[in-house]
Design a protein around this ligand. Structure first.
Ligand code: ITT
Ligand code: MG
Length: 170
């Protein structure tokens, strides 16, 4: 079973491999697939669209059995800006499954910079005084004191995707 992952971000790739760890016949290929949405998605809808575009693009370009798209974004609420994360699993037969990840509010100073057009990955590096947070613990890892890393959060998203896929195909 060939799993085509629509990113080269190691935090996401780890989560996909973790999700499929009980699949002994799984092989993985990581491809740079465009999300076809903004670099910084600004709603659940846009973030979901990015995840679906990457999943469909990955299975097509990798000519595998399953495509995975994982996308991070932010979502505005009356109480401020929340970090949001979405995943999509698409099969070569055209089935698409979707799942969402944990969400937490972003501090006001981060929100202000995003509203001015900043990208969370870059803003987060400055805020945490770290390099390439997006490839490591992620904003969620920084803001939860390392309790939930970006990989752990996306592993949960993967379990939700694979579980739905298994239920539909059993
Ligand atoms: O290489 P890709 O797969 O594109 O990985 P990415 O880190 O850019 O991740 P996304 O495109 O899914 O995320 C969209 C934007 O949100 C940012 N982002 C989302 N979640 C984040 C997190 O946990 N930590 C840091 N940045 C995050 C990221 O920097 C992007 O600007
Ligand atoms: Mg990106």
């Amino acid at each position: 079973m060939e799993i085509c992952i629509g990113t080269k971000n190691p935090a996401k790739i780890n989560a996909v491999k973790e999700g499929f760890q009980s699949y002994e016949n799984a092989s993985f290929i990581a491809l740079n697939i465009p999300s076809l949405v903004s670099e910084q998605p600004f709603s659940d809808e846009e973030t979901i669209q990015g995840a679906v575009n990457r999943a469909k693009g990955a299975v097509l370009e990798g000519a595998g059995d399953i495509g995975i798209g994982l996308e991070g974004g932010v979502h505005r609420t009356r109480d401020g800006l929340y970090i949001c994360n979405w995943g999509a699993l698409s099969t070569v037969n055209g089935e698409v499954f979707i799942s969402g990840g944990a969400r937490i509010p972003l501090p006001c100073e981060i929100e202000k910079q995003l509203l001015l057009g900043g990208e969370l990955g870059i803003v987060m590096d400055q805020y945490a005084n770290k390099h390439n947070v997006r490839h490591h613990q992620g904003a969620i890892g920084i803001l939860t004191n390392g309790k939930i890393t970006r990989s752990a959060m996306f592993t949960h998203v993967m379990d939700l995707l694979i579980g739905q896929y298994e239920y539909k195909n059993k």
